[in-house]
Design a protein around this ligand. Structure first.
Ligand SMILES: C[S@@+](CC[C@H](N)C(=O)[O-])C[C@H]1O[C@@H](n2cnc3c(N)ncnc32)[C@H](O)[C@@H]1O
Length: 799
């Protein structure tokens, strides 16, 4: 007999029968089964598809009273589902900077009269890399070379000869303490405080979550998210001389997109398997966008590429004749958006100047030409007449090396309105202008051929940490990758930098400038580039070559909106894509967000703070971020997944010596299968209510979801019978709450409710179990035998 109690939102009820006999039975048998339970749980865990379980001894920072391991909502870091016990943490960072270690972060009173800092003039000494006719891009990203000795490169903790940074393993202080206010002081040269901080806040991602019911996706295959790569050299007023991305930027490789799966002439292997399948397409053969496929099963969502290949859609599209521009030229530029572009409404209007400046194809012309080429029209016109024209066959409009299709078999939602740009573009004040003379500083100018084949690391490899980050197959080396993954998953184990006066806090325009919350000091990859002596086929050039795997934008079935998935199997460490967007100063971003009718529209900014520690006191125009809301590439579709995402972001320096601007590239953190969604841990601090960007309600489905306590609808409160299934015990483990009473108390406390008394026995084992299909109501039931997880509907129908 199953007794269950349904909760509708917060209107819950408990049955008096819930505790009684079950509770007693449970408590009596609990110890008896403790050991076997543990064994079963471990077995169960191994069966899960998650790449790996979090560290065994994880603990919520804000749950010190809980003995059992848990993951979760750390206060001190935006990351951090699983928190590592102190015993697991290094006492100090391997490399420390001996600076002011004692100074605690202090809020500063804003200097209202501060003068804005103007961008520095640009010095362009030479503009373009000599063209290399016939030099095709290095092809197969994951090709056939044999990886030789893997020498793990040391972690790069400092920039350019700077002293190593300090670890931040610190006891907390109240970041918001009003008592710590002091007047803003003139900054010295460094303005750096490297003391351990209490509040380790990974402010890299500026996305902020919000409460929302969460759908457990444990049973749903997870897809990794895309990556971002960039590559520019910023040249002010880069319009004519330096070329714009425009119509001339582009589809150099479009013709190389093999329809037959053979290696393309640019060296990128076309996807194999998946593309050959006779699959059902979300788009019709003509490539028309058909937003009428609601409620189809997920199984029907298949890549549309094959059919597109089989049809003449590509030809119609444009294998279309976009002008060719040498890649080198395109790579040399960071387009600058006009200052008139405020970013808040660009996506709803076609500003010709803007388009010209960023080298975007004039969409109006493009539409005409496409309609002419394909009478069935491959464009998506949003219903509200917003000028957002997306090509379902290739959302990148031929600007990437591969086509990126778009499908929706879930609902009628149209793709968001934005301009696709394959490379970062400067918005306004962001200072990303570098002279080529300076760019050459760290290049391996005396190298020849392929640097990776050299027995000694080149100058670029030395910048990376003494060794190449890539294998001969073009994958990020395992040790380097694992270090980057660890930084995301356990940021508190790694070094953080604390600004004396944080540009982030400064941007908030509050009267009181809060102390810096800390910036994770990340590992960089330095790729070879123009000024290097090596060839264009050098293996130390991966991100700058752009996307080479087959990706697809699709509507997720789990309420996360559009997502990105791979159409081919990807090995671990493979480059997926770069996060491309507008390069903004943080001040500009804050202003943009504040002017936006809904901050939720700005869900894509990423802070480029991976090496702020080596930059001294950052000026406003040097504190940069990327915003893909209005201008971006395919990475803007990568959804967030807490903790165990299959993508990891790595800062990649290509052309710039200054680390306040770099490319953010996504690599697979594990092997990813075709059709898996690609996900990335945004690093959201779901408890940061002070964030300018409105948070979303996380539906990542990870059992380590940091937003899980707010994702009430995916949780079920289940009584754990002694013989309950191991999945329930696993959930208990994840929550880190061994005491059933504490679980219940926490559950109701989270919802500003008090735990009803008398309805259960404190000795009973009630836990939360994520149930994928439980969306609207809570089920609360006990079972006389083995635990059975069912939806309310299922149970109701049985009764
Ligand atoms: C970078 S965009 C990803 C693409 C987006 N899904 C779309 O439809 O355009 C980030 C936004 O996607 C949604 N999103 C991403 N990850 C999510 C998650 N785990 N749960 C719920 N919503 C998510 C949020 O609205 C967020 O602001």
């Amino acid at each position: 007999m199953i007794e269950f109690f349904c909760f509708d939102g917060l209107n819950y009820s408990l049955s008096a029968s819930l505790g009684g006999s079950l509770a007693t039975q449970a408590s009596e048998q609990k110890k008896k089964h403790e050991i076997t339970d543990k064994e079963e749980m471990d077995e169960e865990a191994q069966m899960h598809e998650e790449p790996e379980r979090p560290l065994k001894r994880l603990r919520l920072r804000n749950q010190n009273d809980h003995v059992s391991p848990s993951f979760g909502l750390g206060e001190t870091s935006s990351r951090g589902p699983p928190k590592v016990e102190e015993a697991d943490l290094p006492e100090t960072c391997p490399e420390q900077r001996s600076q002011d270690m004692t100074q605690s972060p202090q809020p500063l009173v804003r200097n209202k009269g501060k003068q804005p800092v103007l961008p520095k003039p640009v010095s362009i000494q030479d503009s373009f890399e000599p063209s290399q006719p016939g030099a095709a891009d290095r092809t197969e990203p994951f090709a056939t070379r044999t990886e030789s000795d893997l020498v793990p490169p040391p972690v790069r903790l400092t920039g350019k000869g700077k002293e190593p940074l300090l670890p931040q393993i610190a006891p907390g202080i109240s970041v918001r303490s009003p008592h710590a206010v002091r007047l803003k002081e003139p900054m010295g040269d460094t303005g750096i405080v490297l003391s351990p901080k209490p509040h380790v806040h990974d402010s890299r991602a500026l996305i902020k979550p919000k409460d929302e019911p969460f759908t457990d996706d444990i049973l749903q295959s997870e897809v990794p998210s895309a990556v971002i790569h960039g590559e520019p050299l910023s040249i002010e007023n880069s319009s004519s001389a330096n070329g714009s991305i425009g119509a001339s930027d582009g589809p150099e490789h479009i013709v190389s997109q093999s329809v037959d799966g053979e290696a393309r002439n640019d060296g990128v292997l076309a996807s194999s398997n998946e593309r050959r399948t006779d699959c059902k397409l979300a788009n019709n053969v003509d490539g028309n966008w058909e937003p009428t496929h609601a409620n189809k099963s997920q199984e029907t969502i298949m890549p549309a590429v094959d059919l597109l290949k089989q049809s003449n859609a590509l030809d119609a599209l444009g294998a279309r004749s976009l002008p060719h521009v040498p890649v080198d030229v395109a790579e040399s530029q960071i387009p600058r958006l006009p200052s008139s572009s405020n970013g808040t409404d660009d996506c709803t209007q076609t500003d010709k100047n803007t388009i010209e400046n960023i080298g975007e194809i004039d969409e109006e012309k493009e539409q005409n030409s496409l309609e002419h080429a394909n009478p069935h029209s491959l464009l998506v016109q949003q219903p509200d007449d917003i000028k957002s024209l997306h090509d379902a066959n290739d959302i990148a409009k031929g600007q990437e090396r591969v086509v990126i299709s778009l499908v929706n078999e879930v609902n009628n939602e149209c793709p968001p309105s934005f301009h696709y740009i394959p490379k970062n573009a400067v918005f306004q004040n962001a200072y990303v202008n570098f002279s080529l003379a300076r760019i050459g500083e760290n290049c391996c100018s005396i190298c020849l051929g392929d640097c990776l084949s050299s027995s000694t690391p080149c100058a670029c490899a030395n910048e990376t940490g003494g060794d190449f980050a890539y294998t001969l197959e073009g994958l990020v080396k395992d040790e380097f990758l694992e270090e980057c993954i660890s930084m995301n998953r356990d940021p508190q184990k790694h070094c953080h930098f604390y600004c004396k006066e944080c540009p982030l806090e400064r941007s908030k325009n509050d009267d009181i400038i809060e102390p810096c919350k800390g910036h994770l000091v990340r590992k960089f990859i330095k790729e070879c580039w123009w000024k290097c002596g090596c060839s264009k086929q050098c293996g130390n050039r991966v991100v700058q070559r752009g996307i080479s795997c087959n990706l697809q934008v699709f509507m997720t079935p789990g309420g996360k909106g559009w997502g990105l998935r791979t159409l081919e199997d990807l090995p671990k460490g493979a480059f997926v894509c770069e996060y491309v967007g507008e390069i903004l100063t943080n001040a500009e971003l804050f202003e943009r967000v504040s002017k936006s009718p809904s901050s939720e529209e700005h869900a894509y900014p990423v802070l480029l703070d991976a090496d702020w520690g080596s930059e001294g006191v950052l000026k406003d125009e040097e504190a940069l971020c990327l915003d893909a809301t209005h201008y971006g590439n395919v990475a803007r579709f990568i959804n967030h997944r807490c903790f165990d995402s299959n993508l990891v972001e790595i800062p990649v320096e290509v052309e710039t010596p200054d680390h306040h601007y770099y490319h953010l590239a996504f690599f697979t953190s594990r092997k990813v299968q075709a059709l898996e969604e690609l996900t990335w841990d945004y690093g959201i601090d779901f408890d940061d209510h002070d964030h300018p960007v409105k948070a979303f309600k996380c539906r990542c489905g990870s059992k380590f979801c940091r937003n899980i306590k707010r994702s009430s609808s995916v949780l079920c409160m289940v009584s754990v019978h002694p013989t309950t299934s191991s999945i329930a015990r696993q959930a208990l483990d994840c929550r880190g709450r061994t005491s059933p009473v504490k679980v219940l108390q926490a559950f109701f406390a989270d919802r500003q409710c008090t735990l009803p008394t008398g309805n259960y026995s404190p000795a009973d084992s009630f836990i939360f179990v994520p149930v994928t299909t439980c969306h609207c109501r809570w089920q609360f039931y006990s079972a006389g035998g083995d635990l059975q997880l069912r939806t309310v509907t299922q149970i109701e129908s049985e009764l």
